[in-house]
Structures are given as structure tokens and as C-alpha cells.
Design a protein around this ligand. Structure first.
Ligand SMILES: Cc1ncc(COP(=O)(O)O)c(C=O)c1O
Length: 470
């Protein structure tokens, strides 16, 4: 591709993305293809000679686009969001053009120093202690793994890195913790048998007394309690584990404390939601995902630590070919996580925060919380719907229940309701299970979602529920 072609298609692609943002509602939110359909439309071998960009772009529109699920659709109410913004897209274009591999300071000083700066901004935006340091990870799963590995090293005085894990170290998280916690425990060599799942209360939040009991029981049986993972905003229901009392237990008993606020952390930009992270000063690490709810293209996970020295000591490795004369005075982020190579992710965060301002981010989050409460009020007004978890954030857990069915029959009917609602193509919601009940989740988190979309979601749900009853 020559320079002229690159410019031509560069302009065309940005126009295409701008049109996509404007017309996104014309697409069904959830892809309507069958398994194998896209693969069947693709050649099984690569082209021997290069093809024109016209042809490649035409095939993108014809073959790939129908197989895409549209995460940026304003009718996206599924899982948690992964929202983006024009500022973030533009930054990603520059990042791709620079194509820098930002493993150490020398391989792009601006990337290292911008990362340090924007992570300082983010830390202050969500009210973490000013003495903490941040680093961008790809995902919250990776950040949690980094935290568990650091906990393991700190607990064993860095002997596990040398000789492997020699004794059972136990880790504690609530029964509602995200699956990435168990995955991290397996990968980090704790063994999933050494994960203790702590019961939750009626709001699905961890019960601190039960945590302390479990720790005591392990100590009594000669195990070594190592770390606790608190969830602020659980995946199923948005529950908030009580961070401060759990932090006090961890301090008292000398346990590592990691806070998984992957989705909910963004809400702490609001002064009225700061309570979410009350007690974070007692923790050792906190993760939240700007790639979920802070307008920043996936991937971008913000990982904050009290003691970067412990993190670096866990991960650092000094091959001769990576040594530079500046190592003593700069931050080499390769030592702050698992992989060596690093994308320039700080650029999109910088663009997003500058383009919206902290106030712009706050008003988006505030509006999403308002819309979730609006949706909840529609449910409350109906005797045939019930809300199954407290609405703390922008997630509403509910089900249809006319009081005449129970158990598996009710679960099956709600599954049917969800399938029919999603078949509309206008909205996409997902489900979970709470206390054995099939629960429909509606999460407001898309940049373009407005009251009209939430009202439309409710109308579709109410209409489909009417057909269930008929
Ligand atoms: C509470 C919580 N923790 C962790 C994760 C994993 O996030 P990631 O995809 O960034 O690894 C999720 C994903 O939704 C989550 O809800």
C-alpha cells in the first residue's frame, strides 16, 4: 500500500467509524450468525499475492461485520460494558501508528512517564492514598494474578519464587467473587483447594465474621492464611463487600488484601460514591477497569499498589540485553507485571481524561446510575416483577414472577423471557443465578445509552412478559 492509498483509506475508515457510531442502532446488538458461519465464508488458505484494500474492506463489511456483536450499541445492557469514545479511538490510531513496544523507559520514555502521570490522576480521581503507585495491566484478571503472586512472595519472604510453593497457603474470597480469582489461585500455584469461599449476607456481600472464622480455622489446622480478595461490585449482582472491616481483619492477622473493583471502581469518581472504596487504605492493591466504564477502548486495566517494591521484587528479572544506564532512576514497567512487551495504553487514557475532563466522566456515571434507578422504579411499580438484589450501582437484577409459578418452572420462564427480549435485536441483556434463581441482569454503561433506550428496554421486557402470561 502506498502513501496515497494509506491516506485515502485512513480518511475513509475514520468516516466509517463515525458513521458506525451514528448508525449503530440499525444493527442488531447481538450477532445473528450460527456457529461456523463466518469461518465457512472465509478462505481456508491465505492469498498468495497481496489484495487491494478496496477488496479487503468490502469483505470486512460483507463477511465480518454481520458476525460482530455490537458492544457500543446503546441497547447494550449485558455482562458489564466495555465502552469507548471518539477520543479513545483516535488515540488508538496514534498508538497503532507509533507501534512502540513500551517494555522499559528507554523504549519510549514518554510512554513510561505518561503512564506514571495518568495513573497518578486516576488514583486521585477515585480517592486512593496519594502514596500509592499505579501501572496499567491488560485486564483485571491479570492484575488479580499479579496481586496473588505478590501476596505469595511477601508471605513466604520471596522464597516461593526460588523454590516453588512448599506449604499450603490459603486465600479467601466471597462465594460471589469473580472467576478470575479462582483462575489466579490456580495459576499462582496456591491450588484451588486452598481457596476458601466465604458466605455472603442477604445483599450478596461477604460476611466479615465468617471470614475471620475461616482464617482461624485454617490457622488451627496448620495452614498459612495468605490473602483476601474483596469484591467491590460483584459480577452477578453488584454487591459491595465491606472493605473497611475486612481490611481491619487483614491488618490484625497480617494478611494481604486485594480489592477487585473491576466494574464499580469507576463509580468512585463520584464524591457520593466514594464510600465504595472506604477502607482501601487498609488494602495492598486495588484494580479497576477504565476499559469497562470509563470510555477507554479495551484493553486498559488500572492496577494500584501500596508497595511497588514488593511488586517489582516479585516480577523483576535482569537479563543483560535489557540493562540500560538509566535503570536506577527510571520506572521500567516490564518489572511491574507478567509480560515483557507492553502496549502504549496510557495514551488513550490521557486522551479520554483530557477530552472529557473529570467532570465529564462524572456526569456520564451519574446519569447511568440514574437510568438504572429509573429502570428499577418501573419494576417496583409492577406486582409481576421482582428485584433480586439491592441496586447500588448501574446494575439491576430482576425476574418476572406472577406468584403462581415457582422453582424450575419460574427459572425456565425467565430464561424464555430473556431469549425473546434479546431476539428483538434492540437490546441485549444477560443472566446470572442468585440463590438458585435465574436472574436477568440489566447494566447501564454505554456512552450512548439514554433514557429513551432504557424506556425502550423496559417496554420490550414488559411486552414479552405479557406474552409469557398469555
Ligand atoms: C468483578 C470482576 N472482576 C474481574 C473481572 C474480569 O475482568 P477482565 O476481563 O478485565 O479480566 C470482571 C469482568 O467482568 C468482573 O466483573
Amino acid at each position: 500500500m502506498d502513501d496515497q492509498q494509506f491516506r485515502k483509506f485512513g480518511h475513509e475508515f475514520i468516516d466509517w467509524v463515525a458513521d458506525y457510531f451514528n448508525n449503530i442502532e440499525s444493527y442488531p446488538v447481538l450477532a445473528r450468525v450460527q456457529p461456523g458461519e463466518i469461518k465457512g465464508a472465509l478462505p481456508s488458505a491465505p492469498p498468495e499475492s497481496g489484495e487491494s484494500m478496496e477488496k479487503i474492506f468490502a469483505d470486512f463489511k460483507k463477511t465480518i461485520l454481520p458476525g460482530m456483536t455490537h458492544w457500543q450499541h446503546p441497547g447494550w445492557f449485558a455482562y458489564f460494558p466495555a465502552n469507548n469514545s471518539p477520543a479513545s479511538v483516535l488515540a488508538e490510531v496514534l498508538t497503532a501508528g507509533l507501534a512502540a513496544q513500551c517494555m522499559i523507559w528507554q523504549t519510549s520514555p514518554a510512554a513510561a512517564e505518561l503512564e506514571e502521570t495518568v495513573m497518578g490522576w486516576l488514583r486521585d480521581m477515585i480517592g486512593l492514598p496519594a502514596s500509592w503507585s499505579g501501572v496499567i495491566q491488560d485486564t483485571a484478571s491479570t492484575a488479580t494474578l499479579c496481586s496473588l503472586l505478590t501476596a505469595r512472595e511477601v508471605r513466604t519472604d520471596f522464597a516461593s519464587n526460588r523454590s516453588g510453593v512448599r506449604e499450603p497457603l490459603t486465600v479467601y474470597a466471597s462465594t460471589e467473587a469473580h472467576s478470575s480469582v479462582e483462575k489466579g489461585i490456580k495459576i499462582a500455584g496456591f491450588g484451588s483447594e486452598n481457596l476458601r469461599t466465604i458466605p455472603v449476607d442477604e445483599t450478596f456481600a461477604m460476611i466479615p465474621d465468617r471470614l475471620e472464622e475461616a482464617i482461624r480455622e485454617d490457622e488451627r489446622r496448620g495452614r498459612r492464611p495468605c490473602a483476601v480478595v474483596v469484591t467491590v461490585g460483584t459480577t452477578s449482582s453488584g454487591a459491595v463487600d465491606p472493605l473497611r472491616p475486612i481490611g481491619e481483619i487483614c491488618r490484625r492477622r497480617g494478611l494481604w488484601l486485594h480489592v477487585d473493583a473491576a466494574y464499580a471502581g469507576t463509580a468512585a469518581v463520584l464524591p457520593e460514591m466514594r464510600w465504595l472504596l472506604d477502607g482501601a487504605h487498609l488494602a495492598d492493591s486495588v484494580v479497576f477497569n477504565p476499559h469497562k466504564w470509563m470510555l477507554t477502548n479495551f484493553d486498559c486495566s488500572a492496577y494500584f499498589v501500596r508497595d511497588p517494591g514488593a511488586l517489582i521484587r516479585t516480577f523483576e528479572i535482569h537479563p543483560e540485553y535489557l540493562k540500560t544506564g538509566k535503570d536506577a532512576v527510571v520506572k521500567n514497567y516490564r518489572d511491574w507485571g507478567i509480560q515483557l512487551g507492553r502496549r502504549f495504553r496510557a495514551l488513550k487514557l490521557w486522551f479520554v481524561i483530557r477530552s472529557y475532563g473529570v467532570e465529564g466522566i462524572r456526569s456520564m456515571v451519574r446519569e447511568h446510575l440514574r437510568l438504572a434507578r429509573l429502570f428499577a422504579s418501573r419494576l417496583e411499580a409492577r406486582p409481576d416483577f421482582e428485584i433480586l438484589a439491592p441496586v447500588i450501582l448501574s446494575l439491576v437484577c430482576f425476574r418476572w414472577n406472577d406468584g403462581r409459578k415457582s422453582g424450575e418452572e419460574l427459572n425456565a420462564l425467565n430464561k424464555t423471557l430473556l431469549e425473546r427480549v434479546n431476539a428483538s435485536g434492540k437490546v441485549f441483556l444477560t443472566h446470572t443465578s442468585l440463590n438458585g434463581r435465574f436472574v436477568i441482569r440489566l447494566v447501564v454503561g454505554q456512552r450512548t445509552t439514554t433514557e429513551r433506550h432504557v424506556r425502550q428496554a423496559w417496554e420490550i421486557i414488559a411486552a414479552e412478559a405479557g406474552r409469557l402470561e398469555a
